[in-house]
Design a protein around this ligand. Structure first.
Ligand SMILES: Cc1cc2nc3c(=O)[nH]c(=O)nc-3n(C[C@H](O)[C@H](O)[C@H](O)COP(=O)(O)OP(=O)(O)OC[C@H]3O[C@@H](n4cnc5c(N)ncnc54)[C@H](O)[C@@H]3O)c2cc1C
Length: 416
């Protein structure tokens, strides 16, 4: 059996099959598993990459039937039962596709060039380095307008990631950059959250959408609703009737299924996700499954399951069970999502949560968010590191991971 992708879904499937009577090959383009929900913390200097990622070989240690390969999957031939990867062709009896999604620019001009997504550790490092580098530049910039541009941070996309990133950048500004750059008027720095529709957090109840917006405004974030980005140019965000001069642009407005050529081509959703059957198999290829964000499966009301870690984890469990059932000659089960709710944090003591049918915001939601995310982190070491960092940051009003790591200060590279 071959599993493509060691994210939440792929890893859970492998863990469930660890001691089963199957040989598993897990393939990922990285040698580490990323805890995506805390990427925004890396982007805003609250945590380091090592706190939220863990080597896959360390996670799999002790599983005698699992082999791990670093490689990017490129193509799948369902009839030949072969997956083509950058590490070579791998034959399979069963295949689980769990490669997630990529940033979707929706074809809007300039997004690919002038904005950074938030889908990987590299993206998070790029955002963090960009913000820190531009403040360093602002500190020596004589021109007031250019200084203002260098201190303007734009986040496009009002979903949970956009809300969390905008809130964290505002806290970075208030609590840390203000102290780091006494020579700058940091109160003039701007964090702008732009959303094309008329609301933030579309998956949340209306009252919590309003609460999140109020919490962001309270933190000094400029929230622009009903503002579809028309195009990006170098240092400029173009909205209908307005141009914002900004040096840091994060694009978290949407995702699309990660590219993978599959023969025969399965049905796909408009955003390129693989439409799967109720047992999570790809129509026409009963031994090929897709799970997690890359899988498109409507629920009983015809709405697609949300792209959440819980969905990926539960689908990872079911796919492992269905493969085991196949081997034992038992019928497969269909996917039923056990909805545990949704939550988003805005900053210190600020969050919204819709859990167990209850709508909570403020301190209680924030504590809930902290506990749930801490417990969900895969390794004990990372859990301890995150807890230590959060405690330090909370007590000291700090975001301690502020090393500029891209060697590009001043726009020139020193010879090594
Ligand atoms: C910034 C951010 C914040 C989020 N916050 C939350 C949250 O608070 N709560 C929540 O429930 N969900 C959250 N999500 C969504 C959640 O992370 C996803 O639903 C979940 O990660 C999906 O799991 P997955 O296994 O399908 O894919 P992923 O976790 O994305 O894993 C995909 C894996 O496939 C690998 N891969 C990709 N392409 C290839 C290839 N061609 N070949 C080999 N390997 C490949 C990647 O390296 C990765 O390891 C967040 C997502 C993001 C981006």
């Amino acid at each position: 059996m071959v599993v493509l992708g060691a994210g939440f879904g792929g890893l859970r499937a492998v863990q469930r099959l660890r001691r089963a009577d199957v040989d598993v090959t897990l393939v990922d383009r990285h040698n580490y598993h990323t805890f995506m929900p805390l990427l925004y913390e890396v982007a805003s200097a609250g945590l380091s990459a090592n706190d939220i990622a863990q080597p896959i070989r360390a996670i799999l240690r002790g599983g005698p039937n699992v082999e791990f390969v670093v490689g990017a999957a490129r193509a799948v031939d369902c009839a030949d039962r072969t997956a083509t990867t950058t590490a070579g062709a791998i034959a399979f009896d069963y295949l689980v596709i769990a490669i997630g999604t990529v940033t979707n620019s929706f074809g809007i001009e300039g997004v690919d060039h002038y904005a950074t997504g938030l889908k990987s550790i590299q993206d998070a490092d790029t955002v963090r380095n960009g913000v820190l580098r531009n403040f360093e530049r602002a500190a020596v910039e004589p021109d007031a307008a250019e200084r203002a541009r260098l201190m303007t941070m734009v986040v496009v996309g009002g979903g949970p990631t956009g809300v969390e990133l905008a809130g964290a950048l505002a806290e970075l500004k208030h609590h840390v950059l203000k102290r780091d750059f006494p020579q700058l008027d940091v109160s003039a720095a701007r964090v702008i959250l732009i959303e094309a529709t008329d609301r933030l957090l579309s998956a949340f109840p209306r009252r919590l959408q309003e609460r999140a917006r109020a919490q962001l405004v309270d933190l000094g974030v400029e929230v622009r609703l009903s503002s579809p980005v028309e195009r990006l140019e170098e240092g400029e965000v173009h909205l209908p009737g307005e141009t914002i001069a900004a040096s840091n642009i994060a694009w978290v407005a949407g995702t699309a299924g990660a590219p993978l050529a599959i023969d025969p081509a399965p049905p796909r959703s408009r955003d390129g996700r693989i439409a799967v059957s109720g047992d999570l198999s790809v129509p026409g290829a009963p031994r090929v499954f897709a799970i997690g964000d890359i899988a498109y499966l409507p629920d009983a009301h015809g709405r697609p399951h949300p792209m959440l870690a819980q969905v990926a984890l539960q689908q990872g469990e079911l796919v492992a069970e269905n493969i085991a059932r196949d081997i034992e000659g038992r019928p497969r089960r269909t996917f039923k999502y056990r909805d545990r709710g949704v939550m988003a944090t805005v900053g210190r003591r600020r969050a919204v949560a819709h859990v167990f049918g209850m709508q909570v915001s403020g301190l209680l939601a924030w504590v809930l968010w902290l506990v749930v995310h801490l417990l969900a982190i895969v390794s004990l070491r990372n859990r301890a590191a995150v807890l230590l960092n959060w405690t330090w940051n909370y007590a000291r009003y700090d975001r301690a991971n502020r090393l500029l790591t891209d060697d590009a200060v001043g726009g020139t590279r020193e010879p090594q």
